[in-house]
Write a protein that binds this ligand. Sequence first.
Ligand SMILES: Nc1ncnc2c1ncn2[C@@H]1O[C@H](COP(=O)(O)OP(=O)(O)O[C@H]2O[C@H](CO)[C@@H](O)[C@H](O)[C@H]2O)[C@@H](O)[C@H]1O
Length: 490
Amino acid sequence: MYIVMIASECAPVAKVGGLGDVVFGLTRELEIRGHSVEIILPKYDCMRYDHIWGLQKCYENLLVPWFNYHISCTVWFGFVHGRKCFFIEPHSPENFFNRGAYYGFPDEHVRFAFFSKAALEFMLKSGKRPDVIHTHDWQTALVPVMLYEIYQHIGMWHSRACHTIHNFKHQGIAGANILWLTGLGRPEYYFQRDRMGDDFNHSAINFMKGAVVYANFVTTVSPSHAWEVRHSDWGYGLGHVLHQHQSHFGGILNGLDYDMWNPESDPHIPYHYSAGDISNKYKTKEALRQRMLLRDAYKPIVAYVGRLDPQKGVPLIRHAIFHALHRNAQFVLLGSSPESGINADFWAIKHHLNDNPDCHLEIGYNEELAHLIYAGADMLVVPSLFEPCGLTQMIALRYGTVPIVRAVGGLIDTVFDWDFSERPRQERNGFVFHQTDNLAIESAMDRAIGLWFNEPEQFHELAINGMRYDYSWNQPGKDYVNIYEYIRDK
Ligand SMILES: Nc1ncnc2c1ncn2[C@@H]1O[C@H](COP(=O)(O)OP(=O)(O)O[C@H]2O[C@H](CO)[C@@H](O)[C@H](O)[C@H]2O)[C@@H](O)[C@H]1O
């Protein structure tokens, strides 16, 4: 099968969070299964160009219709760790992707509506006719809409659309100007509630709703979250339309790229280990201590890695730092937030704990350091308010680091409590808490830290149980291929 992924991120070349990991990992798995896959991305100025091989122009002067004129684009091609990637570079005064950051601009909807349109135009003009176009999140949610309303009629009649929602909170709510810019036009048609009309703001269109209505299949990234978004507030208002389209909606648990995240060969960690012999993990812990300027002491290291977004349970992350120190553990954090208030808060905590030899907060984004933390820490906290899938707990499991998670979304599907799970003991792999208050995370942390100090052999067994799980792309890869085959044959 021939598949084209269109996305705003792809690890490691353009990664902000888990979306980038999924686009890369799924593509790689599909290729291993013998499918032909290409990825289309914006050509951001701030990408990690050191991860692209053989970057060269492959299409010049691609004229993308935009309002009543055209924007000329250059399309580049290069390999990202073996994946075939096309990068779209528009030449216009707005400088859509030359702004030093991936996201966070006032014209975000215009930027990504343009990218979606340009990706379709590129496929049309370069003769690409994929069996399936797979798009991700609100940034590329207009692709299925434009495929069926415009491009199907001018040559792309056989391509089918699959759309994956990684985060329902950001849906792409915009005004009628987007319709005029993209050539969709006809606001009275698109504003209808059974098309893209937003259910709460009647003078807006909703990109993500458009994808739910137009795509041939829609997925989110875990079975539990697929249930939550239809039956609770976590659908952020899309529950109704998901109910209407539930025959082509489902949850597929993300996989993890087991080559990129592999304690047996990870180039970013100094010592390698496996479930069969985990002893080098403790040397890695020493290396992490040196890197983070922590003292050498008989204590567990509790870690947090991730975006400091309200979704992630920021007050609980903050509380976990102080509670770990209170319980005689060490704490390391790697994260950053696009919200300056949250960043400032963590900078203040960092200064406050500056002289504490048991704590280090690294505020920023650092792919290489993330690997060292996952490998060197003993436990990882993931106290999310909502979590469509969550990759950090799966990475932790892979590295023998015990996750302490809140019972929500994909975290429920991947972490099984050491004390309370109904699974057999050898399948229990972490600690789970339910509520969002401090006492809830405290009790789970106390159980984890207590086990580390009092029953080290059991803690070791728990870590090994986690390493034995298979959260690779193997099963999800099969699931996506089944979906592609199902929609292709329709
Ligand atoms: N400061 C930093 N430095 C280095 N690395 C950092 C970092 N901050 C985050 N990362 C990395 O980014 C990834 C984050 O994964 P998450 O599952 O938490 O995704 P996120 O919430 O971004 O995405 C959404 O999409 C993903 C994919 O579908 C879902 O799993 C998730 O639930 C949903 O919210 C991990 O690989 C992590 O190591």
